[in-house]
Ligand binder design. Structure first.
Ligand code: H79
Length: 452
């Protein structure tokens, strides 16, 4: 009898172990499948590198902060809303917008369909605080989406979760609340905002949603998982930014350029050209094209994208300063496209004094010269022999010299590359280093010398 119990216990133990091993194997496989599907979905985004953000809404009429100006009580909600009367979009030319965006080198655009102020820019069935009840009196999103698609650019829709104008939304301003705890009113708001999202999803089938304002409530309150599920159900390839309380696909640092590489595989820095998201005629603090290109190459060097913002005027024209920046960016991205699109993050810190990228196959290293070199530039810790070095978008061959390579040491020498001053780009010069084989870096801390 004792023997039987022992045997029986052993059999159970063996089966339990087998079961656990098989189920963890299956789970790992499932995760791999998930990762594969996720990476496939994210592929266009990872390759795109540059997107244009558009903040367009009634705040352009007075040229004041989008939504925040009344939320922070710099003017009354009533006065803020009066801007609707001046929102004409009279010179709106979506074809021209898209042609400018495309010529900048951007591969996608993200437009505000509704900011925190709640003013909807498309012909929504939900409520009447929208563009149909303004002098513009037409859907402004639909023709823009159509033009983007015609030009093969990806479509991103910005949508604010908070709606500070909606009668059943709890927050009106920083200091004024409509209510704090009322599930009936909150449910009315949930139906409203989720209804709008379903409308956007079925009408425009965007490639990407850019949510904002999720900090106001919890994932449970927003019903974030449910929202993600219904958006993906009807539009399975859609990418969601991170601002759906942890239910998104990629990270969105705002304004601050990362110093170290973000831990998320996919990320995008959103940034203004001056200090405002929407059009503000008084804000002349524009970054120079050189600064913007410098920030852009920092992003791609760390495996991220740049989503660069423009703020059109209430009549639908894009301010001259912004057009000029996009054009210069376009000249630069077009000349250097091989070093930008479809590349991967470049060298980790320590190998080169500046940003860099790598071709998808890892055999070409692109170095971005954001500062004018007064001497040959140097790469450290490169084990590969070099086939050829050239200036991107120009073709000039460059000579190099390897210095300090000891035959008895594993540590590679220093590679010095001569860059002729008369071949520099007006903004950022790019050097292509064609390697023999995939890049191979020395990453140790030198070598202990035991005998010489
Ligand atoms: O649409 C643009 C801005 O209007 C919006 N996002 C970009 C794309 C934005 N508004 N504010 N912010 C981003 C940053 C907000 C910061 C704060 Fe807060 C909100 C400070 C206080 C409330 C969240 C909660 C961060 C700190 C506490």
């Amino acid at each position: 009898m004792k023997h039987f119990v022992e045997n029986h216990t052993r059999t159970i133990a063996i089966f339990t172990c087998l079961y656990l091993a098989v189920s963890s194997f299956l789970q790992a496989q499932e995760k791999q499948e998930d990762d594969k599907a996720y990476n496939k979905k994210m592929e266009w985004f990872g390759d795109a590198k540059l997107g244009i953000f558009i903040h367009w809404g009634i705040y352009a009429v007075n040229g004041i902060d989008e939504s925040w100006s009344f939320f922070n009580e710099y003017l009354s909600h009533e006065d803020y809303v009066k801007q609707v009367d001046g929102f004409t979009a009279a010179k709106y030319d979506p074809k021209e917008w898209v042609s400018l965006i495309k010529s900048s080198g951007a591969k996608y655009a993200v437009i505000t369909t509704k900011h925190h102020d709640g003013f909807a820019m498309w012909d929504t069935k939900f409520g009447d605080f929208n563009v149909m009840h303004s002098p513009a009196a037409k859907d402004l999103i639909q023709p823009f989406v159509r033009e983007l698609r015609k030009e093969n650019l990806k479509v991103g829709l910005y949508y604010s979760l908070p709606d500070w104008s909606y009668i059943d939304y709890p927050n009106l301003t920083r200091n004024k609340k409509r209510y704090t705890d009322d599930s009936i009113r909150w449910n009315r708001f949930l139906n409203y905002y989720q209804g709008q999202l379903k409308e956007l999803n079925s009408e425009f089938k965007p490639d990407l949603y850019w949510f904002d304002g999720d900090w106001e409530f919890s994932a449970e309150m927003w019903q974030a998982q449910k929202v993600r599920n219904f958006l993906l159900k009807d539009n399975p390839k859609v990418i969601l930014n991170s601002r759906l309380k942890g239910h998104g696909d990629y990270a969105t640092p705002e304004q601050g350029v990362p110093i170290v590489r973000p831990k998320e595989k996919y990320w995008e820095l959103c940034m203004t050209m001056n200090n405002s998201w929407g059009y503000q005629g008084n804000d002349n603090a524009y970054k120079t094209p050189n600064q913007i290109i410098g920030i852009f190459v920092d992003c791609i060097s760390m495996g991220g994208n740049l989503l660069l913002d423009i703020g059109p005027k209430a009549n639908g024209t894009i301010p001259d300063e912004q057009v000029a920046i996009l054009k210069e960016l376009g000249r630069w991205t077009n000349k250097h496209k091989e070093a930008i699109y479809g590349t991967q993050a470049g060298l980790p810190a320590g190998h080169f004094y500046g940003p860099s990228t790598l071709s998808a196959d890892g055999t070409i290293l692109y170095l971005f010269l954001t500062q004018t070199p007064t001497h040959p530039i140097v790469i450290k810790g490169l084990k590969n022999p070099i086939n050829r070095i050239r200036i991107v978008g120009d073709g000039t061959k460059l000579s190099h010299q390897v210095v300090g390579k000891m035959y008895w040491s594993e540590v590679p020498g220093l590679t010095y590359i001569d860059v002729p001053q008369d071949k520099l780009d007006d903004q950022v010069t790019v050097i292509a280093v064609q390697l023999k084989g995939k890049i191979d870096l020395y990453r140790e801390d030198g070598q202990v010398i035991e005998s010489n």
